[in-house]
Each structure stands twice: as C-alpha cells, then as structure tokens.
Design a protein around this ligand. Sequence first.
Ligand SMILES: Cc1ncc(COP(=O)(O)O)c(C=O)c1O
Length: 352
Amino acid sequence: MYPRVIIHRDKYHHNVEKIATLCAQHGITISVVTKVFCAEQPLIDVLNVCDVSYVADSRIANLQKMHTHLPRMLLRIPSMHEAETVVKVADISLNSEIETIRRLNDAAAKERVRHKIVLMMDVGDLREGLFFKDDVENTVQAILSLSHIELYGLGTNLTCYGGVIPDQESLGRLGDMVVMLKQKYQLELKMVSGGNSSHLYLLQEGQHPPFINHLRIGEAIVLGRETAYGKPMPDLYQDVFVLESDLIELKKKPSIPMGKIGMNAFGKTPQFEDYGLMDRGILAIGKQDVDYHELIPEDPTIRLIGSSSDHLIIDLTHAKASYKVGDILRFRLTYGSVLSLMTSRYVRKVYV
Ligand SMILES: Cc1ncc(COP(=O)(O)O)c(C=O)c1O
C-alpha cells in the first residue's frame, strides 16, 4: 500500500495545455519529455489528447512501450549499436556523431524509411553536441550525402550539465549556425529546437529569439516551474506528483547513537549532533527509493534526519500535529525525487 506516489492526471493535463499554449503564442511547438515518469501509460494517455507535436524520451525502451499516435523523439544521442532499433522506434532522434548517423542511414535504408535527425550543437553547457564551427560544416556536408537521413533541424540543450542559462549570447551561437547553413547550403531547417524547461523564462520575459521554433519540455510540466531560476510558473500546478509514506515506528530516543561508532550500511562513518531526547519516527521508504534530501514535507514542522536502504528517520519533536504509528506523511517532490520514486518498483503509483 505505502509508500505511494499520487499522480494527478488532471493537473498534468492542465500543465501540458498551459505550456503548449504559451509556446504556441511564440510560434513554438513542443515535444513533451516523459522520462521522469518512465513514460507510464496513464500520462501518455493524457498526452494523446493534448495538442503537442512529439513525445520525447531518452530511453528507447520507453519509446518502444508507449501506446501513442504521436510521433516519437529520441532525446539521448543514440548508441551506434542500437541504430537498427532507433529507426524502427523513433520518428526523429537527436544526434551529434557522424559515424552513428551513418549507421542510422544504413539501418533506415534496410527499413526503407527516411530517418529524421536533429543535429545537436553544444553552445556551452558541455554535454552533447558539436562545438566547433568546422565540425558543424563537415558533419552537415557528410549528412547531406546520406540517402536515408533527413537533416530535419538543429538543436541545443542547456542547463542540464553545466547549468548554463539560455540567453541571447548562448542561443546566438545556435542562431549563427542556422544562418551559416542557410547561406552555405541553402538549407531550410524545419526545426530549430532551442532547449528545455530552462528556456521558458525567455518567453515570460519577452526575450525569446524568434528563430527557435521548438522546445523539449519535461520538468516545467511535471513540477510547474521554469528551470533557469527555479521559479514556479503562474497558473501551473506544482503538486502533480505527491509522495505518501507511512510511519512504522515512533519512539522517544536520544539523538546520538550509543557505543563505539564504526561504518554505517554505506561504508561511511556518520556524525551526529546532540539535541537531547527526540521524538523519532521511521517511514517505510529508503535510499533504494529516493534521496531524502529531495523530499519536501507538507508539514514544515517535521525534520528529515537520515536514511538507510529501506528506512527514513524523521524528527517529530517539534511537530505541530500529534502523530502516531500508521499515520501517512505527505511530501512535495523535486525533479530528482520524481525520477527515482517513479523508477523504484517498491513504490506504488496511484493515478487519480
Ligand atoms: C536533450 C534533452 N532535452 C530536453 C530535456 C527536458 O528537460 P526538462 O525536463 O528540463 O524540460 C532533457 C532532459 O530530460 C534532455 O535530455
């Protein structure tokens, strides 16, 4: 029964529509990113009735299992060894390596399809993408000679690894490439995919560069916030996903362990502060499910103090409510906690 994540389909639906409308007002279509909730079908069903252009995921297995009429976009640069599956499962994929693109071309030829790709530029975040202009030119030239690959667009990704915020300067580098390809190869790209949820603040502030006509959005829909500065977005729900976990023990105990301290279950030597006697509770959830630092208690008077594989220890000494064993505690989530809780098979998913 517990722990469980309550997933509000209506709130998710609301957030998708709001973001899609905001983007449409700026001439932007969106791919909705589904990886954080492991592309579970009840939320894919919501997307199936929304006005979005793609479902996007970084995992082939997720794209493979979903039931949708929407085109599928593979977000993570494919591995060379999975080219044959990629062209069967994804309608479009993000790419940066010419050797992999050649493999995709061969696989697409075998399938008698033309596989669309978005060529990724690294404009500073230092994850995937071509960095130097020469590299872009050489790669594009090579792609244009491939019979079963359509260079559908250019893209970039920011604020994922390096924390770089999209602005006129970083996105300007993508814009320069779009102009260069148009001038040099008369390439009319159908898609310029600007980025993820960190791009949305540019729309709110009226600073969106108009050459970008596509975004890939996950977190803003799931958590109702933009991710450049982490601000909640007006009119969006921040509680689409909520964790419920139950108290399995509640006792008065000291705040520091008694006896000689060695290693804990994770090979670390723990350190403790002495707060005297405490009301200590245990919730039936642990490191195997979630990092407790990523949980935000709905009751701000409780304190999360530590966890082991299957236990989360909490301090209820100053709690305003009076708790007892069996009570359910609720938590708001972060991107990291939604990701791990949805991935844990020990956590029930309840769609309401
Ligand atoms: C390439 C790419 N695009 C878009 C996204 C979506 O990012 P966000 O959840 O911040 O909108 C991700 C991450 O999930 C990604 O890896």
